[in-house]
Ligand binder design. Structure first.
Ligand SMILES: [Zn+2]
Ligand SMILES: [Zn+2]
Length: 138
């Protein structure tokens, strides 16, 4: 069991996966439900209008949008975009733009390849050589 401080209220709690405590999690769920119900009944508003009407921080609503829990189609399109966390380009889904997603993926692949390739092979060849020379010494 891992004891951590809640990222929201600072209370110490036993983590089960999320970094916020069960109390805050329940509150988050309430907030989410409130916003979702409101936008179902009043589609076409901007994020800031919804935030104001629901007494929720716009950041929260953007968070739900990024996670894909709220449909951006329900909102006024002028505000349902945000910036890529890496390069700052405007995006409408997730946390990174497609470019940065691709770069990230390529970097990860490159890392994988480095681990597998040529060094590891070279070492086995060298080992083989040492083996041979020892044999010749005898
Ligand atoms: Zn908390
Ligand atoms: Zn980007």
């Amino acid at each position: 069991m891992e004891l951590v401080n809640c990222a929201r209220c600072g209370k110490v709690f036993a983590r089960v996966g999320k970094n916020i405590c069960p109390d805050c999690l329940a509150e988050e769920e309430e907030t989410f439900k409130k916003v979702r119900e409101f936008i179902e009944e009043n589609p076409g508003l901007t994020v800031h209008e919804v935030a104001e009407k629901c007494a929720v921080a716009p950041k929260k609503i953007y968070g739900f949008l990024k996670e894909g829990r709220l449909q951006r189609q329900k909102f006024n399109a002028s505000e349902t975009k945000w910036r890529c966390e890496s390069c700052g380009a405007y995006i409408t889904s997730g946390r990174l733009c497609q470019n940065c997603q691709k770069i990230l993926k390529d970097e990860m692949l490159a890392h994988e390849n480095e681990k597998l390739k040529p060094d590891a092979r070279k070492k086995t060849i060298e080992k083989g050589k040492i083996h041979l020379s020892r044999l010749q010494d005898r």
